[in-house]
Ligand binder design. Sequence first.
Ligand code: HEM
Length: 197
Amino acid sequence: MTQPCTDAANDVAVGTPGRKPDRARFALRERTRAEHEATEAAFAPFDLTVADDYRQFLIAHAMALPRLELGVTGLGWTGWQPRYHLLADDLAALGAFLPAPMIAPAISPVSAWGVQYVLEGSKLGGTVLSGRLPAGVPARYLRPAPDMPVRWQAFCAALDAAAANGGPEWMNEVIDSAIETFQAFRRSADALAGDLS
Ligand code: HEM
């Protein structure tokens, strides 16, 4: 498991003097906890030790991900990087076609932060999930890169700084978009879970 973004005992905000570190991230985590739990439950039927289930799991992600990634490109966190190509590589290695992408809501410069929170944060869960895969399975998408914890820290610091500038309305829009992003993944999981044998 990865470490939290920063030391909670450290009361000095990253790049934002006087603010508690990771304040925006923790607010997002709190306000989207139920969404995360529901999304986790939606993906629970996919047994990642079974080849067919893992393929369907990746296909579900490949439905939700591309329009979201396209929508946040050039917005929000300057360090943000897409992962759809990794997913495409894994599916190709498994002999599966890419599915048609799901439609995503319009993404604004503010709501992009909520989408990126969910996309970046999902890599934390990826550490746990990729540990369940049998050896040798293609997992470029699910297995986090070695620099993931450092990048997560950088994202949380950038999120904090943007939230400090944006105020409560800004934060509400980011929370709403994070919730919509969880729902998009949940819809694609629900669509594919019915095909599991
Ligand atoms: C499929 C089942 C899933 C499991 C078992 C799971 C598990 C986890 C775990 C264990 C963490 C915390 C890691 C840590 O703090 O070190 C986490 C964090 C997170 N996951 Fe998931 N996850 C799942 C699916 C997803 C999906 C599909 C998404 C979104 C696409 C997602 C988004 C997030 C986010 C945003 C966080 C960060 C929360 C925070 O701010 O701490 N997860 N997940």
